[in-house]
Design a protein around this ligand. Structure first.
Ligand code: NAD
Length: 456
């Protein structure tokens, strides 16, 4: 605790020097971060392979590449994003002009999870640097190899008074949360998110909570079934289903259900072969606790495909489960594993009503060719973000703010939104001294009448 306290104190003193706010400093540190990641690329890929059996392709596509893309965007546009923004001034303020300045919060804390342990620790850091903050990263203790690489690459590139990594689990996280930060960015589960929110409230520290939940994929009867199946299989079994925005369960129109299931089974075969345990592109479950939690769900419904497991290898086959109702345990919590339960519907309106009764999901995917129906889903169901006729892919666009709503979180980031998230908007009115409009002063003759003329 003392170490953490001293680190926070050191960062606060450093932030006060104002150095981190300098635009050239920020850009050069973003570039420095990219160079450090380039240097450590092999170690990162190796560590991800050790933790989750991620292939080099998956590690690059879903972790390292995404971080490069975020850095490239920030380096390219930071000068533009950072410019004070001139906004309109109302007639009541005649003579003055209005601006929004971006100001860093100060000390930021980034707490990240294990499922994309590299990307989810580094992507927020890009926002923190871009906006001119200091940062402490607390990566997940469940992926210690990746945490260690993150610490090494950060330590090699930055002084800890500017950016530091604190490795460890609940104790370290709790010690950090006892300190006063100026912004906390948390990615993880809902129960821990609540604890973080509570700890932040003590200091009135603003927070972003990137949480999880049950994100549905809905396939309507007019969808391109083959493509829907392909994209659902890709999004669901990526990282063995341990993706916060993976389609958690499938809701399919009754009349196309069997056909869709056939396509899903055939894409599982074509992506992972007859035995996914031999496929280098298929990830493993992170640990025994999560393995045991998931295998209990295999008792629900009827397994249509997959279902084989191996605890020693932390392997669970890509699995499709039918005869599911919403009362079963598998429908009570976020699955976060390679199990795809299927629910059918007949009436779109009824289905929308049922989905709306659930907590607002982090993501929703709707497959249909009908633009009116697409808009109806977007309009009627609240959710964090998602895709029409695809899954997961919206996450990879730096131009789409990513985040949840309600139980799935608050705040959104990526690209410019990351810069905005880690910046306070400082509103400034620049007033003229050439004249002084009288009507705001109560001592003006007919003050009320005049104010009513302008504000009606
Ligand atoms: P978690 O909440 O268990 O842990 C996240 C982080 O919080 C870790 O660094 C951990 O050390 C720390 N932590 C754990 N207990 C703590 C406590 N009592 N006090 C303070 N800190 C504590 O989550 P996880 O298991 O690592 O990740 C899985 C969850 O994260 C899933 O629910 C998933 O949906 C969600 N997730 C969300 C996103 C997103 O972007 N919205 C991304 C990935 C994962």
């Amino acid at each position: 605790m003392e170490k953490v306290h001293n680190l926070v104190k050191k960062q606060r003193e450093y932030f006060q020097t104002g150095e981190t706010k300098n635009l050239s400093f920020r850009i050069s540190n973003l570039k420095k971060l990219k160079l450090a990641i380039k240097k450590y690329e092999n170690q990162i890929i190796e560590a991800l392979n050790k933790e989750l059996n991620k292939s080099a392709f998956e590690s690059y596509a879903t972790e390292i590449g995404l971080v490069y893309e975020e850095i490239n965007q920030a380096v390219k546009y930071l000068r533009k994003w950072d410019k004070p923004e001139k906004v309109k001034t109302p007639i009541t303020h005649f003579g003055s002009s209005s601006y929004i300045y971006r100001e860093p919060y100060g000390l930021t804390l980034i707490i990240s999870p294990w499922n994309y342990p590299f990307q989810l620790a580094l992507a927020p850091l890009i926002g923190a640097i871009s906006a001119g903050n200091c940062a402490i990263i607390k990566p997940s203790e469940l992926t210690p190899n990746v945490s260690q690489v993150i610490r090494e690459l950060i330590e090699e590139s930055f002084d800890d008074e500017y950016i530091a990594v604190v490795e460890g689990g609940v104790d370290e996280s709790t010690a950090l949360l006892q300190e006063r930060f100026d912004y906390i960015f948390f990615t993880g589960s809902i129960p821990v998110g609540k604890k973080v929110y509570e700890a932040a409230a003590k200091f009135l520290t603003p927070v972003t909570l990137e949480l999880g939940g049950k994100s549905p994929a809905i396939v309507h009867k007019d969808a391109n079934l083959q493509l829907a199946a392909k994209r659902i299989v890709w999004g669901k079994y990526l990282n063995a289903g341990q993706t916060c925005i993976a389609p958690d369960f499938l809701i399919v129109h009754k009349i196309v259900k069997n056909k869709l299931i056939e396509y899903i089974k055939s894409y599982i075969q074509s992506f992972y072969g007859p035995d996914a345990s031999n496929n280098e592109n298929y990830a493993r479950i992170v640990n025994e606790r999560h393995f045991d939690r998931l295998t209990v769900f295999l008792e629900d419904g009827r397994i249509l495909s997959g279902g084989r497991t191996n605890r020693d290898k932390l392997f669970i086959e890509p699995t499709v489960i039918d005869q599911i109702n919403r009362e079963l345990p598998i429908m009570q919590e976020e699955i976060f594993g390679p199990l795809l339960p299927i629910i059918e519907y007949e009436e779109l309106t009824e289905m929308i009503k049922t989905v709306k009764e659930q907590p607002k999901p982090l993501a929703l995917y709707f497959f249909s060719q009908d633009k009116d129906l697409q808009n109806e889903i977007i309009d009627k169901i609240p959710f964090g973000g998602g895709c029409i006729n695809d899954t997961v892919y919206h996450f990879a666009s730096p131009n789409l703010p990513f985040g949840g709503i309600g139980k799935s979180g608050m705040g959104s980031y990526h690209g410019k939104s990351s810069f905005e998230l880690f910046s306070h908007k400082k509103s400034i009115l620049k007033q003229t001294t050439l004249f002084d409009l009288p009507f705001r002063y109560h001592s003006t003759k007919n003050a009320l009448k005049k104010v009513k003329f302008f504000l009606k």
